[in-house]
Design a protein around this ligand. Structure first.
Ligand code: NAD
Ligand code: AHE
Ligand code: ZN
Length: 381
């Protein structure tokens, strides 16, 4: 067995800060690829699993799923990648062969979802271990909080080599999820009205996607007043802070007030998006969407055991509740296009990366997220 040593931030147990340490990494087996991670974003989903709220969370594990790097070595039978290729890891792989991939109806490839959810490689084992031999679980099939990782070939998107790792890593989750939710999942049309709940790393990309799609009214909702300025820069036209409502008014009523016109006595937005993971917010997002045709998209990931509810009347009267993973994007096909969009300046990324840090300081990224001070923090190696 051939093994190398690398440095990683390990989640030893739920609710504890990550521990940066040297770990063993077995070199790639058949169909697998060794990747040197050059940069990784810290998404709220990493925090969700670190905190213990994820029903699939296993420990010890190496979290991180928003990375970019370089192929160092390929295992037997790998044909689409070679050493030196630049890649973005995909927590939603694209095998192009399974029932889901060939259906043409979804991006949710099923080829390796079973083992991925257990923190293992497709053969049911882990490539990472502690120096004393204790196995360490993978995370979302990626484990980008390590300087080197091993991934299945089908879970890597090959991207152009002139794109900066510290920017395009964000395409590995937040950028694609937010823009994809608008374009692929909701199918927003020119002139639409929309509301976005949660103006963090995902919500801002929803706003960016809405502006690209030509939405006329883009209402942002957040409890943190400091998120307002950046959201306006990305195209938000109205801001609602649930802490500053008129006496007795609900968030839903505030959004209806903004959208009501002489012609339209009901009001409500054509499209709404939850990017908070809070199930009460998901309900508000549905209920502020327009009677008869409103579409509400759940992006946020809710804690284990949480459930959504509303009166069935909300759906009987034409509202549609949908959800999206990775913005409905097919990773190997769509991610290189997002990278082109960034390089061609069709989408903006850099101003959302508010903090960068070395791996040793990765816990600062979680602190900044909790304090509401960052949009995206990116770790560079
Ligand atoms: P973030 O921490 O950067 O942003 C969350 C924002 O929501 C913050 O600005 C916060 O102030 C705001 N917020 C929290 N509670 C609120 C409330 N009650 N009302 C209004 N605003 C509120 O997080 P993020 O990285 O943008 O992730 C957002 C959510 O999306 C998380 O649940 C994450 O797990 C999920 N996510 C899902 C996918 C997917 O594929 N479905 C992909 C990435 C992230
Ligand atoms: N393990 C979690 C699942 C969380 C979840 O829904 N993850 C999203 C991506 S979040 C990225 O930041 C996803 O891709 N879902 C589809 C899938 O197959 O997991 C839980 O709650 O159990
Ligand atoms: Zn994410």
């Amino acid at each position: 067995m051939k093994t190398m040593r690398t440095r990683a931030a390990v989640a030893l147990e739920a609710g504890k800060p990550l521990t940066v340490m040297d770990v063993n990494l077995e070199l790639p087996k058949a169909g697998e690829v060794l990747v040197e991670i050059k940069a990784t974003g810290v998404c709220h989903t990493d925090e969700y699993t670190r905190s213990g709220a994820d029903s699939e969370g296993v420990f010890p594990s190496i979290l991180g799923h928003e990375g970019a790097g370089i192929v160092l070595q390929v295992g037997e039978g790998v044909t689409t990648l070679k050493p030196g290729d630049h890649v973005i890891p995909l927590y939603t792989p694209e095998c192009r062969e399974c029932y889901a991939c060939t259906s043409g109806k979804t991006n949710l490839c099923t080829a390796i979802r079973g083992t991925q959810g257990k923190g293992l490689m497709p053969d049911g084992t882990s490539r990472f271990s502690m120096l004393d031999g204790t196995p360490i679980f993978h995370y979302m099939g990626c484990s980008t909080f390590a300087n080197h990782t091993v991934m299945p070939e089908i879970a890597l998107a090959k991207v152009r080599e002139d794109a900066p790792f510290e920017s395009i890593c964000y395409i590995g989750c937040g950028v694609t999820t937010g823009i994809g939710a608008v374009i692929n999942t909701a199918g927003v049309e020119i002139g639409s009205t929309a509301a976005v709940f949660g103006l963090g790393g995902i919500g801002l990309n929803v706003i960016q996607g809405l502006r690209m799609a030509g939405a006329d009214i883009i209402i942002g909702v957040d409890l943190n007043e400091n998120k307002r300025e950046m959201a306006e820069k990305f195209g938000m036209t109205h801001f609602v802070n649930p802490k500053d409502l008129k006496a007795g008014q609900t968030v839903v009523e505030a959004i209806i007030e903004i959208t009501k016109t002489e012609k339209d006595e009901f009001g409500g937005v054509d499209y709404s998006f939850d990017a908070t993971g809070n199930v009460q917010v998901m309900r508000d997002a549905l209920e502020c969407s327009h009677r008869g045709w409103g579409v509400s998209v759940i992006i946020g990931v809710a804690p284990a055991g949480a459930e959504i509810s509303t009166r069935p009347f909300q759906l009987v009267t034409g509202r549609v509740w949908k959800g999206t993973a990775f913005g409905g994007a097919k990773g190997r096909t769509d991610v290189p296009k997002f990278v082109d969009w960034y390089m061609d300046k069709k989408i903006e990324i850099d101003s959302m990366i508010t903090h960068t840090m070395p791996l040793d300081d990765i816990n600062d990224a979680f602190d900044l997220m909790h304090k509401g001070e960052s949009i995206r923090a990116v770790v560079t190696f």
